[in-house]
Ligand binder design. Structure first.
Ligand SMILES: Cc1cc2nc3c(=O)[nH]c(=O)nc-3n(C[C@H](O)[C@H](O)[C@H](O)COP(=O)(O)OP(=O)(O)OC[C@H]3O[C@@H](n4cnc5c(N)ncnc54)[C@H](O)[C@@H]3O)c2cc1C
Length: 385
């Protein structure tokens, strides 16, 4: 048995790290502040994106040592709406995303990962929020602040399985809205990158739009609201602590597809302990270019307006949406040139080296921080504030 490792946070990042470490003979103890996994989420459907690499995301999960013992359904098509355009049908030769469910229910990604962790001998301490830790630790506590807000409902419906994306600043300022239906259950949400106070207003508009135009019936709706954050940082480690998932700012800056980053960064954090390799070198080798390109993509997306949304919708509907999206996330000289401008625009999302220490409770940091400090203060606003 190798040296014990603590993991703080039982989300996809923390549990992936724990599973990989336990399979390699480490004694792993996971601390989770809630009574079970998935408490931050609400039984809502999310999409595991399948475009940012050539490799299928389910194969990537397998490479990380993760089995799909949870609902994981390929979706290869759907409908896109953009202002003043008729609905456009999108069809792909490979799945565009895999639908998964999140939360504490049976069949969710969170519960599936918990079961895999327990069966590999990981110890999970629920209702446990450590106020200090020492030794080798992976910190994976989810978002630290609000850079993107999702307001939505889960509901029952008679509608057939379907996926809908809507680009319209009236429905989701500088973001998008979506509808996912699987086997009589639906999730509908608006994802806002600004004007958070308009969350409920936008949700109402999206609901009316989909009931009217897409003819969807909504029964027993349950509202949810949650958030995410992203930031670039020159390092994601500090003394014996490695940071993974959204707590390390790993997130898709363009649209918030963070699950893949969470799982991959958890895997890389574990790998760094197992192989005694530098974590920063590992994530930089795999994720840095993607993160930087996504920052530039967000910069461009915020500028394109409704004309740009129409252009995007037509591009998705024409031919090969995964290929088109992969090119947008791939290396581009033009995007490298735009990176300094995007970094200036999002300077509050560029972490200073001490950011990771601020809510750190490791022995070296106690006294500097203590409580959770938001990534940046002045732009964080929750609905209704
Ligand atoms: C509404 C919504 C829709 C989304 N849709 C998508 C999507 O379609 N596709 C996609 O890829 N991503 C999506 N995301 C993003 C995705 O859910 C996250 O990026 C992902 O869950 C991050 O995983 P994580 O492990 O880093 O953090 P989390 O999933 O937040 O897990 C962190 C865990 O740490 C625990 N914790 C926090 N603080 C402490 C502490 N001090 N001590 C102990 N435990 C602690 C929390 O309780 C939690 O269980 C969505 C997010 C939201 C909110």
């Amino acid at each position: 048995m190798r040296e014990p490792i603590s993991v703080i946070g039982a989300g996809p990042a923390g549990l992936t790290a724990a599973i990989v470490l336990a399979r390699h003979g480490y004694r792993v103890r996971v601390y989770e502040k809630e009574p079970d996994v998935g408490h931050r989420l609400h039984g809502d459907f999310q999409g595991l994106e399948n475009w940012s690499s050539e490799q299928d995301v389910v194969a990537l999960l397998k490479d990380c040592g993760i089995e799909t013992n949870f609902l994981c359904v390929p979706y290869s098509g759907g409908t896109v709406y953009a202002p003043a355009l008729p609905p456009l049908q999108v069809q792909s030769s490979r799945p565009i995303f895999y639908l998964v469910q999140r939360g504490a229910l049976r069949g969710t990604l969170d519960v599936g990962l918990k079961e895999q962790a327990l069966s590999t001998g990981v110890e999970i301490l629920f209702n446990n929020r450590p106020d200090r830790f020492s030794g080798h630790t992976i910190f994976a506590t989810g978002p630290r602040g609000v850079h993107v807000l999702a307001v939505g409902i889960t509901f029952l419906t008679a509608k057939e399985n379907s996926a809908v994306a809507l680009f319209d600043d009236h429905l989701a300022p500088k973001g998008y809205a979506y509808l996912l239906v699987h086997e009589g259950r639906g999730t509908l949400a608006t994802v806002l990158f600004r004007d958070y106070a308009k969350g409920d207003e936008c949700l109402e508009r999206v609901t009316k739009f989909l009931e009217g135009i897409a003819g969807i019936d909504i029964r027993d709706p349950k509202r949810f609201c949650s958030f995410g954050n992203f930031f670039l940082s020159p390092t994601r480690k500090h003394h014996h602590v490695l940071y993974a998932g959204e707590s390390a700012g790993f997130q898709d800056f363009l649209w918030g597809f963070g699950m893949r980053y969470a799982i991959r960064s958890g895997y890389l954090a574990a790998k760094s302990f197992i192989e005694n390799t530098d974590y920063d070198a590992l994530w930089k080798g795999e994720l840095k270019q993607l993160l930087e390109t996504a920052l530039v993509n967000r910069y461009l997306f915020e500028r394109i307006g409704h004309t740009g949304y129409r252009f995007l919708a037509r591009k998705f509907a024409r031919g090969n949406p995964c290929g088109f999206l992969r090119r947008q996330y791939g290396y581009s000289f033009a995007k490298q040139l735009l990176l300094p401008i995007a970094r200036m625009r999002f300077k509050e999302n560029i972490a200073s080296p001490d950011l990771l220490h601020r809510n750190c409770l490791c022995e070296q940091c106690r006294g500097i921080g203590g409580d959770r400090v938001p990534v940046q203060g002045n732009r964080i606003k929750m609905p209704g504030q």
